[in-house]
Design a protein around this ligand. Structure first.
Ligand code: SF4
Length: 363
């Protein structure tokens, strides 16, 4: 069976949508956490197939979008050092810092290299012993195991010229922050299936209990997302608040223990500043003290930063589901993927980019 085709099967999708329509009796607000899910919803027009009682709002699960402006300013500062080769995934390069982005710095001749794996950065460090090689380690729980592996490798190879600028973020504390906000409107969550593939979903039980809210582990294809919504609606209609796995072909409750072991070996939890949102307690990972010699924030000195967000960008409200991208006055007028004012318009997982690419004709 071709899984990809099957999970985009229109007949199956319409049967699930019909089931949602038969089940629902009143309005519900459901948040998909992950920007990958937001893009899938928009790309496949899933939001237009759902009954009008369902409002989907888009969560902060876009790692590029939530990386703090201060960390981007630090990345630019490190990269501008002539003794440094700075390495990063490509989608971080267009994200605006206070005044510049990494792309414009690279265009001025600074040695910034796009990598497709953190192991590429290790190879570059081995090939360039006279340079300091820094990897911009951002992302949720999905990218953390591979990034942690590079630290173990660098340690084993005794690589003195490798370090990471760490901006890792964690999903469960972000869900708690949204639920604890007085502006919260979310009545059920679709949790990100790929994050739960790594971490399992045991962390969600106390959140669901405390806030009496359904949390459904959901995949990324249209049928997956529709099924996640159906599970959430069934719970909401029956006043249930459970953690349910709608992505069981991939996710198990304990998750990938080997990956979690590597993460815990290298990282410790820390408070993290989320762009547009602010500091969320215990929402990040930083390097364990044992590996602090690989911490670029300790290896390099920085000028005093005054992080400045565009006064026009209200992506913080979008990342918390308070408003939607078309509600931003700059959307598609002053702000576009070619001329982004905020990170949510840059990233392939950003909500503003999703509306811009797939939903402008429906506004
Ligand atoms: S449309 Fe642009 S300016 Fe408005 S919130 Fe999104 S990224 Fe920021």
């Amino acid at each position: 069976m071709d899984l990809k085709v099957s999970f985009r099967d229109p007949d199956l999708l319409h049967r699930i949508i019909d089931e949602i329509k038969h089940t629902i009796s009143r309005p519900w607000v459901i948040m998909e956490i992950c920007g990958g899910q937001t893009h899938s919803i928009m790309r496949h027009g899933l939001h237009q197939l759902l009954p009008p009682e369902i409002e989907l709002i888009h969560g902060p699960g876009c790692p590029v979008c939530v990386t703090s402006i201060e960390l981007i300013d630090k990345a630019i500062s490190i990269a501008s050092n002539p003794d440094v080769i700075f390495t990063s995934y490509g989608d971080m390069l267009r994200v605006p810092g206070s005044k510049l982005d990494l792309y414009s710095v690279k265009a001025n001749g600074v040695d910034i290299r796009v990598v497709y794996s953190p192991l590429d950065a290790i190879n570059i460090a081995q090939q360039n012993p006279a340079k300091q090689v820094v990897f911009f380690a951002i992302g949720f729980e999905t990218t953390a195991p591979a990034n942690a592996m590079t630290v173990l490798m660098a340690d084993k190879l005794n690589l003195a010229n490798y370090s990471m600028l760490v901006g890792h973020v964690r999903v469960p504390p972000a869900i708690q922050a949204i639920l604890g906000s007085h502006e919260n409107r979310v009545q059920a969550f679709l949790a990100a299936g790929h994050v739960c593939t790594v971490m399992g979903y045991w962390e969600y039980f106390p959140i669901s209990d405390t806030y009496h809210i359904p949390i459904v582990i959901t995949g990324f294809e249209p049928v997956d997302i529709a099924q996640g919504i159906l599970f959430a609606v069934r719970q909401l209609e029956h006043n249930k608040a459970e953690v349910e796995n709608a992505y069981s072909r991939v996710v198990t409750q304990p998750g990938n223990i080997a990956a979690q072991t590597v993460i815990n070996q290298v990282f410790k939890t820390c408070d993290r500043n989320w762009r547009g949102i602010g500091i969320i307690p215990n929402s990040g990972w930083a390097l364990q003290d044992k590996y602090e010699r690989f911490d670029a924030e300790l290896k390099f000195e920085f000028p005093e930063f005054q992080p400045e967000e565009s006064s026009l960008c209200i992506s913080g409200q979008i990342l918390q589901g308070i408003i939607k991208p078309p509600d931003c006055p700059a959307f598609a007028v002053l702000c576009s993927p070619e001329n982004p004012l905020g990170a949510t318009m840059v990233s392939s997982e950003g909500a503003c980019a999703a509306y811009y690419h797939y939903n402008r004709g429906n506004l």
